[in-house]
Design a protein around this ligand. Structure first.
Ligand code: KIV
Length: 269
């Protein structure tokens, strides 16, 4: 089982693969396929829970789904995403909430959507033994302020991301997610850091890539411009569900082999 230290060592040597998962069967498939990191992302808000943003996702939802993912995962590193306002309100509450993911859900690390307010918190969590994956660029928990627009597109904004990346590395983060930023900014951040960068909509020069599993499977009805559907699971699910409906409606399911008869129960009255 890789540790956060193993992942750090992969920077610049071999591409790191990361996917989200929100349940045990999906995590098992991802793990068997040899993906390095499974992120129990707060993207579950949109991808699994029917919300139109990540803001309503609760600590308990991430905790219970992280526990399910961890139970089904043997090899990959499991990272729990800290949902909106589960960190940053007060230090003690942030530490307790992050600790819960390791203590009760068996996560290997937590991810924080970062800004200047998370530098000290990262240091504190790392000191306590809670590995931190930082996340900069588009941070969907700030959707009310930024929308889903590409970030770091001006020189000032790009420099701020680079400075924050360095500050979080110094504070002890073991990896950095860069979301929806220009590829040339991501390349410079990657070159400036020793810890691995994992990009989503950040070009080819990051040390690894992450996507949301429902986009990869072709289960989402819409995918962001930087993602690709690698399958068409939605059509296959629809086909299976329609086949079931038709079999029940047509009297073909259940067949004799799907049930059993106790002869002595015949003619009860
Ligand atoms: O919540 C999530 O799935 C994420 C990834 C898109 C990086 O933060």
């Amino acid at each position: 089982m890789p540790t956060t230290r193993d992942l750090r060592a992969m920077a610049g040597t071999e591409p790191i693969t990361m996917l989200t998962a929100y349940d045990a069967p999906t995590a098992a498939v991802i793990d068997e396929a040899g993906v390095d990191v499974i992120l129990v992302g707060d993207s579950m808000g949109n991808a699994a829970l029917g919300h139109d943003s990540t803001l309503p996702v609760t600590l308990e939802e991430v905790r219970s789904r992280t526990a399910a993912v961890a139970r089904a995962t043997e090899e990959a590193l499991v990272v729990a995403d800290m949902p909106f306002l589960s960190f940053g309100v007060s230090e003690s509450e942030s530490v307790r909430n992050a600790g819960t993911m390791l203590k009760e859900a068996d996560a290997d690390a937590v991810k924080l959507e970062c800004g200047s307010h998370t530098v000290e918190l990262t240091e504190r969590l790392v000191d306590l033994g809670i590995p931190v994956m930082a996340h900069l660029g588009l941070t969907p928990q700030r959707v009310k302020r930024t929308g889903y627009a590409r970030q770091g597109t001006t020189r000032d904004d790009a420099r701020e991301i680079l400075d924050l990346a360095r500050a979080h590395e110094e504070a002890g983060a073991f990896a950095l997610v860069l979301e929806h930023v220009p590829a040339n900014l991501a390349a410079q951040v990657t070159a400036a850091l020793d810890v691995p960068t994992i990009g989503i909509g950040a070009g080819p020069d990051c040390d690894g890539q992450v996507l949301v599993i429902t986009d990869v499977l072709g289960l989402s009805d819409r995918v962001p411009p930087f993602a690709t559907r690698f399958g068409d699971v939605r059509s296959e699910m629809r086909r299976a569900v329609e086949a079931y409906r038709d079999a029940v409606a047509g009297g073909e399911f259940p067949a004799a082999e799907h049930g059993h008869v106790e002869e002595e129960l015949d003619e009860l009255y």
